[in-house]
Design a binder for this molecule. Sequence first.
Ligand SMILES: CC(C)(COP(=O)(O)OP(=O)(O)OC[C@H]1O[C@@H](n2cnc3c(N)ncnc32)[C@H](O)[C@@H]1O)[C@@H](O)C(=O)NCCC(=O)NCCS
Ligand SMILES: Nc1ncnc2c1ncn2[C@@H]1O[C@H](COP(=O)(O)OP(=O)(O)OP(=O)(O)O)[C@@H](O)[C@H]1O
Length: 362
Amino acid sequence: MLMVGLTGGIGAGKSTVTAVLKEAGAVIVDADLIAREVVEPGSPGLAMLVAEFGEDILGSDGALDRAALAARAFVDAKRTAALNAITHPLIGERTAELFGTAPEDAIVVHDMPLLVEGGMTPGYHLVIVVDAPAEVRLRRLVEQRGMPEDDARARMSRQATDEARRAAADILIDNSGDRQTVVDLTRALVEIRLDPFEHNLRTGTPVVGERTVVPFRPEWAGEAERACARLRHVVGGTANRIDHVGPTAIEGLDAPDILDLQVTVRDADAVEDALHSLTGAGYVRDRSSDRPLLHWCDPARPLEVTVVAEDDPDHEFALLMADVIGADPGARAEYSEILRRANREETREWERTLTEASLRHR
Ligand SMILES: CC(C)(COP(=O)(O)OP(=O)(O)OC[C@H]1O[C@@H](n2cnc3c(N)ncnc32)[C@H](O)[C@@H]1O)[C@@H](O)C(=O)NCCC(=O)NCCS
Ligand SMILES: Nc1ncnc2c1ncn2[C@@H]1O[C@H](COP(=O)(O)OP(=O)(O)OP(=O)(O)O)[C@@H](O)[C@H]1O
C-alpha cells in the first residue's frame, strides 16, 4: 500500500486535487469528513465539546452548530488547542481504522489539513502539498465558499506557515493558476510517480539511480532531510544517528543524482534489526554489495541507504568526507573528476584514502 499524505493551507485546493486522485483510483481518507463523523449527535466527541465550549455550540436540533464552534475555537491558540485535544485523538483512531481496511495494492491518500502541524509527515511514503498564495486562498474561500473573511484569517493563523509546509513537501502542486492546470498536473503525477511507486513497493522493485554526474541541486539537502526523517520513522531508537553523506552532501558539488544516507547503529546485532525493519518497510536489499546497502522504490528519488555499526571505520569516514572534501578546492575538483569517470568501487577507494590522509594530518 502506498501511503500519501496530502496537505495544504485552508482553501489551497486539497479537495480539488483529491477529486482527481479519487477518479484515478486512489482510496481517499478525508480528515475533514472524519472530523464530522466523530462529533455526530449522541457521540462522546460531541459531549466533550459541549463540556468544553458550552451548550451554545449546539443547534436547536441538538447537532453541532459548526459556525458557532468555529467562532469560539479559533479566537486564540489556547481555545484551538482545546478543540484539537478533544477531536484529534478521536480522528486519529478512526483514521487508523480506515487505513487498515484499504486493499494491499491501493494508493491511499490521506487528505489532512494539519499534517505538518501534527509532525506526521515522515509516516507517509510521499507528502504532497497543494500551494497557493494566502490572498488567493482567502479570495476563493470568501467568494466561492462564502466563508466569512475573519474566520478564514483566524484559521490561517492557527495553521503552519507556507514555508513550513513547503519544506515538508516531496511534491509541491502549485494551484495559483486555473483549475484545469491543477487537474492536469495531478493526473500526470499519478502516471509518472504514484502508480510506479506503488508498483515498485508492492513488488519489491528497487529504483537504482543513474550514476551520470548532474549539476549540483540545492534541493538535495531538503530531500535528504525528509528521507532521513522517514528512515527514523522506520528504525526508531535502533539508530544512533542518520546522516546525509556522500557526494550530494557536499555543497556545490556536481554529482550523480542519488542521495546517500547512512544509518548508524550500536553494533552488529542492531545492524540486523535495522535491516529487518527497513526491508519490512519496503527498502530493498542490494545483495551485490559487500556492505548492508538498500535502495528505495520512489521512481523520482533514488536513495542508497547503508547501515553501519558505530565501531565500523566506514561510518566515521562517511561523516568526515563532506567536511574534508568540501573544505579543499583541489580535492573537490579531483572528486568531481573521479565521479565522472570512475566506477563506484574506485570512487569509494579514493574517498577513503583522502579521508584517511586528512585524518593523519590532524
Ligand atoms: C471547528 C469546526 C467545527 C468548523 O467546521 P467547518 O464546517 O466550518 O469547517 P471544516 O471542518 O469543513 O474545516 C474546514 C477547514 O478549516 C481548517 N481547520 C479546521 N479545524 C482546524 C483546526 N483545528 N486548526 C486549524 N485549522 C482548522 C482546515 O483547513 C479545514 O480544512 C471543524 O473545523 C472542527 O471540528 N475542527 C476540529 C477538527 C480538526 O482539526 N479538523 C481538521 C483536520 S483533522
Ligand atoms: N485553481 C482554482 N481556481 C479557482 N478556484 C479554485 C481553484 N482551486 C480550487 N478552487 C476553489 O477554491 C475553494 C477552495 O478549494 P478546495 O475546497 O479544493 O480547498 P481545500 O484545500 O480542500 O479547502 P479546505 O482547507 O477548506 O479543506 C473551492 O471553492 C474551490 O472550488
